[in-house]
Design a protein around this ligand. Sequence first.
Ligand code: 4AD
Ligand code: MG
Length: 452
Amino acid sequence: STKLRVSEALAGAELGKNVRVQGWVRSVRPQKKNIFLHVNDGSSLQSLQVVGGAELSDPLLTFGSAVEVTGTLRKSPHPQQPVELGADQIHVVGECNSVDFPFKIKERHSLEYIRQLPHLRCRTNVFSSLLRVRSEATTAVHSYFKSNGFLQIHTPTITSNDCEGAGELFQVEPSGPDFEEEVNFFSVPAFLTVSGQLHLEVMSGSFSRVYTFGPTFRAENSQSRRHLAEFFMVEAEISFTQSLEDLTKVMEGMFRSTTEHVLAHCADDVGLFHKHVTPGHRDRVDAMLKQSFPVITYSEAIDILNRSSENFTFPTDWGCDLKTEHEKYLVKHCGDVPVFITDYPYDLKPFYARDNQDQPKHTAAAVDLLVPGVGELCGGSLREERLSLLKARLEDVGLEEIYSWYLDLRRFGSVPHGGFGMGFERYLQCILGVNNIKDVIPFPRFSHSCLL
Ligand code: 4AD
Ligand code: MG
């Protein structure tokens, strides 16, 4: 017999043939003459209906048990499913004690409940859907960059630079019996990366368009619904830029093409979220894709906030950082669609941001993308490519020695360039309508929690 994935069987492969399917039991209905099972192997949200004679009944066939079924794939008489497997043999590969099993048949468990069970939550429909969407979105991001001429760079996880300078670093040192004395393995302080940007800037000086997609680490203290200590970031760097528009085009293009790909390729899985997790969210996503994203400057954003009748907790004077409450308001104000905010106060941005000289207010050519339900999704900027300006700023903050290699990039064929980073988990929250970031990553890490 041919071994088939459930998704292949449901698509009608090997109809009328003898096949073998392996998976986990999602429901059992023993009847007088027949036994009915639903078997799921993670290849799709749908399970395959298995029908066997009553003699195939077995007390070990319980919700959650692992089985191998051999039989004939045939058209189903029931309109809900295209095919069913007429079983000749049902073999219980692994028993599941349904009394102890934390999930119960036909129950819809909340995301909060299943989050407590990181080793088992992928057995639920909702989390397996999430992981299929996550995988497909990853593929879509890579294919967007490939079709737009970007080279993928594997930027390092361990680094000696603090790209963002925000002091949220995890330091890396070896441990174990060989390292009992105080050690300094790399001879310099080394950290888990907070961003691959500086390494991408190195590479953009040879390849023009580069990107990276991998884990990033920040020792965030906040117990927020949109921060993790380990998250995945998509980062791109582009040489020969003329203006921020060269970046916003790529940010918007990536958002659009990834979202359209996921909606088309994961309709069932996305549908589960849009039906049962956040009903009505599909309309919101469709609205996001309808028109091009509005662009407003930071100064305009401040005017909008100051004109509003909202009672904000945090100040909204020119020069202040935009907080979640402000981001939310701005997104709503612009019609509940993604919105770009450009030209932030120079002093709010890291050393690498390009100085917008000769403006009435001192700003940097930086841009954030704010999205409905989440707030900041992407952060980016043009980089200061002018040696004298960059040198002066690094001297100001006392970093000119550490970043002498970075200044070199401005000495040898420097070009206007810029890039951005997108928080991948926040992206998934945005398109699926998931409130808590811990529910869109396989194994969440955050302060006071590192399960498994
Ligand atoms: O705005 P950020 O800090 O930008 C950078 O790191 C730039 N160096 C990127 C670049 O230009 N190459 O981070 C980028 C995005 C944020 O907009 C946010 O979506 C996400 O990363 N992010 C987090 N996501 C989850 N948990 C956290 N603790 C995050 N911190 C940032
Ligand atoms: Mg940011």
